[in-house]
Structures are given as C-alpha cells and as structure tokens.
Design a protein around this ligand. Structure first.
Ligand code: NDP
Ligand code: 8X3
Length: 254
C-alpha cells in the first residue's frame, strides 16, 4: 500500500509503533502522535528513509490539542486516508470497590474521549473527500468480562459500539470504519497497567506465546487493503494460548 496518508495515535510504542513500521513504505506519509516525543524522534530516525513523517507530541485527552494538531497539519499531510485510533491504556486490576478513581478517569479520558476527539476532527476531511478509513483499536475486554476489567472493559465496549455507530452515520459515503479486538499481546501494555512493575507485567505472558504488536499491524494492513467496497466491521483475534473460561460460581463453604 503506497501513496497514503496515515495518522497513528499512540505511535511511540507497541501496536502504534508496529503500525508505523508496517506502513513506512515509499510514497506513504505518516503522522505519528503520542506524548513521548523522544520515542517518536527515534522512530522518525528509523523510518524517514522509507516514508515522509510528521510527528505530533500529543495527549489525546486534550480536545483543543487534538483539534489544533489536525487543523495545523502541513499541507502535504492534510488529506488523511487512514486514522488508526490506537492510543490507550489499562490502569490497575483491582476490583471496582478498591480502585483508585483517578485511574478510571484516565482510562475514560484516553480510551473514550481520545478516540472521540481524534475521530471528530479527522472525519470531516474524510467525508468531504468521500474517502477514508478509521481503524479503532478495541479489545477482547470489550465483549468478554474478567475480574478487575471493570472500567477498562467498559471503555473498550464504547470503542466497539462507537465504531458501529459511526458506520451508521457514514452510510452513503465511501468512508470505512473498522474495529479490531485483540486479546493478550506483549507490548508495554502490562507495564503501564501495573505502573512499572516489570515482574508482574512479565507474569502476564509467562509460558505463553502471546500476540505481538506486529500481528496487530498485519491485521490493520489486511483490513485497510481490502477493495474499497469491503468494510471489515469487527475483527477479534487471540493468541492460540488464550481462550474463554467457564462461568465463575461462588459456593458457600458449609
Ligand atoms: P503500549 O503501552 O505499548 O502503547 C500504548 C500507546 O498509547 C503508547 O504509544 C502511548 O504513548 C499511547 N498513549 C497512552 N496514553 C496516551 C495519551 N493520553 N495521549 C497520546 N497517546 C497515549 O500498549 P499497546 O500497544 O498494547 O496498546 C495499544 C492499544 O491497544 C491500546 O488502546 C490498548 O488498550 C489496546 N489493546 C492492547 C492489548 C494488549 O494486550 N497489549 C490487547 C487489546 C487492546 P505515550 O505514552 O508516549 O503517550
Ligand atoms: C488488553 C487485553 O485481556 O488485558 O486489552 O484486557 S486484556
């Protein structure tokens, strides 16, 4: 795929960085956004031989900053073909009655509001050009509950349903919307969830072959390279080492 302008949020690590590498081919223009500008600069060094790169130090929770970033794009990067709404995080795994409510706010602001803002400010250009593709990164946590998933899963359920509702609003245009729901994938995700506790983070993947960031980038590539009349709505993928558990049942001890 060449000649495309691709806006990737959360490009400084994990899935976002892998997507940047996947789409860094001659003729493509990449807009890479995240808060850690040093990580973005390293990626730019690595990829600028292959694609034109525009970096944006951006916190997706900041509505005005997102608006300013989209409105302030250099002319050559204005016509966005693909928006990958990837920036996101989980914080903690405590039950709802013990959780730090600040963590809930951060997840809602990033995973829900960040996706809303990026979509809202990129979409008008796509609609006016009658072309474009929004790829939202949800999670298996969107549909499958687990202990401690409380608000994280709720934010990803929002991403899934928002994606479907966008399709309804865009009927009659050639703008596509897809939602990817990955299961366990080894990135910085668990390090962030466990607030820097590397041992706890490593334990999540121990003895398994988890999905990789490259698996998700390949999924994004496949979804976005379908013929223009084909819209992949929702795609769930998991490691072969992950599946569902039985219902949990509490039994009184007699
Ligand atoms: P990583 O922690 O490796 O990467 C997360 C990215 O999001 C980083 O680039 C980070 O950049 C960015 N980000 C976080 N907060 C903000 C913010 N406020 N503004 C801008 N960028 C932000 O995790 P993954 O790559 O695994 O996660 C990517 C997405 O995939 C997330 O939405 C996550 O929920 C989802 N996901 C992850 C799964 C997994 O098991 N890994 C499975 C299913 C879904 P920076 O800190 O520099 O701002
Ligand atoms: C990340 C996958 O299972 O940790 O969305 O929620 S999980």
């Amino acid at each position: 795929m060449s000649g495309k302008t691709i806006f990737i949020t959360g490009a400084s690590a994990g899935f976002g960085a892998a997507c940047a590498r996947m789409f860094a081919v001659k003729g493509n223009r990449l807009i890479l956004a995240a808060r850690r500008i040093d990580h973005l600069l390293k990626l730019q060094d690595e990829l600028s031989l292959h694609a034109e790169i525009h970096l944006i130090p951006l916190d997706v929770r900041d509505r005005e900053a997102v608006k300013g970033a989209v409105e302030g794009l250099p002319e050559r990067f204005r016509a966005i073909d693909i928006l990958i709404n990837n920036a996101g995080l989980a914080l903690g795994l405590e039950p709802a009655y013990l959780v730090n409510p600040d963590d809930w706010d951060t997840m809602v602001d990033t995973n829900i509001k960040g996706v809303m803002y990026c979509t809202r400010f990129v979409l008008p250009g796509m609609v006016s050009r009658n072309s474009g593709h929004i790829v939202n990164i949800s999670s298996t946590a969107s549909d499958w509950p687990y202990p401690g998933g409380n608000v994280y899963g709720g934010t990803k359920a929002f991403v899934t349903q928002f994606s479907r509702n966008l399709r309804c609003d865009l009927l009659g245009t050639r703008v596509r919307v897809s939602c990817i729901q990955p299961g366990m994938a080894e990135t910085e995700f668990s390090k962030v969830r466990f607030k820097g506790n590397e041992e706890k983070a490593a334990g999540v993947y121990q003895g398994t072959e988890p999905l990789t960031a490259e698996d998700i980038a390949e999924t994004v590539r496949w979804i976005t390279s379908q013929p223009p009349h084909v819209n992949i709505n929702t795609l769930e993928l998991m490691s072969i080492d992950q599946t569902w558990g039985p219902f949990a049942i509490h039994r009184e001890q007699k």
